[in-house]
Design a protein around this ligand. Structure first.
Ligand code: GLY
Length: 128
């Protein structure tokens, strides 16, 4: 079955929403257990597997609203592999209750496995 760029963007948004909500069940449903990642929290190291990410989910979603926006998403589908790139904007409240927005470049790689797309790798830059 053909997958459109819009479907992959929606899947990616669902993944980010699961992070914002601290929804580990949905996050693990969308990710391959061997997920690899470069992200600022790993301080320049490639992390593999889910344990590194679970640490943050176990801390809880926190309080207050969080909104993730994929700005200018670009999708490249290569058969059973897709690359989704965008700038991620995260809106939340700071400790004083004032709205703040952070940003970071993200590249997320998805692989179709037995008909379902699974997140297999991502790279997030430090926010500018
Ligand atoms: N830190 C988990 C993720 O961005 O997928």
């Amino acid at each position: 079955m053909e997958t459109s760029a819009v479907e992959l963007i929606e899947l990616n948004q669902r993944l980010l929403n699961s992070i914002a909500a601290g929804d580990w069940e949905t996050y693990t449903e969308l990710c391959d257990p061997t997920l690899s990642a470069f992200e600022p929290e790993a301080r320049g190291h490639l992390v593999e597997g889910m344990d590194f990410h679970k640490f943050y989910f176990d801390l809880g979603a926190g309080t207050g609203p969080v909104n993730n926006t994929l700005s200018s998403p670009h999708v490249r589908i290569m058969g059973d592999v897709a690359v989704v790139c965008y700038v991620r904007l995260v809106q939340r409240l700071d400790s004083m209750g004032c709205p703040v927005t952070t940003r970071g470049e993200e590249t997320r790689v998805w692989q179709r496995q037995n008909g379902a797309w699974r997140h297999v790798h991502f790279h997030r830059s430090a926010g500018a």
